[in-house]
Design a protein around this ligand. Sequence first.
Ligand SMILES: *Cc1c(COP(=O)(O)O)cnc(C)c1O
Length: 474
Amino acid sequence: MHTQKQSIEQLKNIPKVDFLLSHELFRDCNKSLLKNLISKNLQDLRTKIMQNALSPSQIQNTLASLPQTIKTHYDTLTSATLKPVVNASGVVIQTNLGRSVFAQKIIEEITPILTRYNTLEYDLQKGSRSSRYTHTNTLLQALFGAQEFLLVNNNASAVFLILQTFAKDMEVIISRGELVEIGGEFRIPEVMKSAGCILREVGSTNKTHLHDYIESINPKSALIMKAHQSNFTQIGFVKAVDIKEINALCKEKGLIDYYDLGSGYVQDLLNGEKPIAKGIKEPSLKEIFQNPPSLLSFSGDKLFGGPQVGIIAGKKELVDKLKANHLLRALRVDKLTLSVLQATLQAYLHNDYANIPTLHMLSLQPSELKEHAQEFLTTLQSNINNTFSFTLLPLDSLSGGGSLPNIRFESFGIGIRHKIICAMDLESRLRQEFSIITRIEKNYVICDMRTLLDGDKELIINALQNISQNPEDS
Ligand SMILES: *Cc1c(COP(=O)(O)O)cnc(C)c1O
């Protein structure tokens, strides 16, 4: 151990901040961020020296590698953490992975709108201000019929805006079977509370009858809400009241009926295209719009396959009241959302499903997926050495995102095993080193073909080649 005096002597060897700032390694760095990092690193070193925590040779080494240490630290701090991943999990709508993917062509279509000034709130004919909600209204009406539409930031905002506008300090009647938690702690009862509504639960967890609603109506009632169960199903001794019956009851009693549809099942928008899955029992968006509730809302980026947005539809006089609520300003959608939604609606109208990747992936049939898997299997076997083994597997994928929880989407994929690396380690290396998200089943690391996009297979091959050459690396 060296003495206090030696320590003070060592401190003299620590370079000045300005000296390090001008180091060649830092030529392209942001100087103010860099300065903070350098000061912090130097301060840490001083502290360690004063605490006698380092030997003279350790101090030498630390000083010699200081610029590189700081550069590595800088690179970590400034690197993008929002980056693309390969979704080989087979879950099509993954909130954690950004929900619906945008087609390249849609991005190309909207680029001129976003990189130029545009008609967001401007009427070229009149030369005056217009509303940002007009762009999609006509397209939405063409798709769903004569309703008035309004867009907000997401479906959670739609629920909040509707409850706050029509039921603040009043009662909202809802079935006990629909007091759902959507995920990310979004719970219907909590949203009601924060919108200032009084929750009036009716029925039981498994059964709610029309008379339960009727008996609960009182002078404080404002609205009857129906919430889609979205992410779970009830089977057995169950009963729920259809939105049509609720609609009729509300008409009779002078209340508002509101259906939070959650995802919004889209089969009928596909105009007779191949079915997205067998055994789906719920009514589709088009069916619901044939007999619409007074108000409804759904997410733009779940099954609908568009941008994050809350799509509200309803009677004109009700939607006008929503528009008049000053809260709308805080929930309003921007030009990015509107341009992607406009392009998505056009894709629906033109049966251009390749431009709605979520729908494309959901409607891939098992036979097509099996063929893709077989091709991929051959490519893998001829490109990766035999430290890996590959097996074609029948799989079930999920739609995800709190939609169609009980529906099996029959799929195919590749099961991957390595001679030395166990499935858990392989899964984590693919994820951490190559941003490839897989899942594990029966000791296989699984790549489900359904959610692979253009270019993903090449990334997977590249990652596996890399791992086969560095099996010990972690
Ligand atoms: C997903 C969902 C929401 C919330 O929608 P976001 O788009 O996530 O804001 C609300 N209600 C139901 C029934 C849902 O399924």
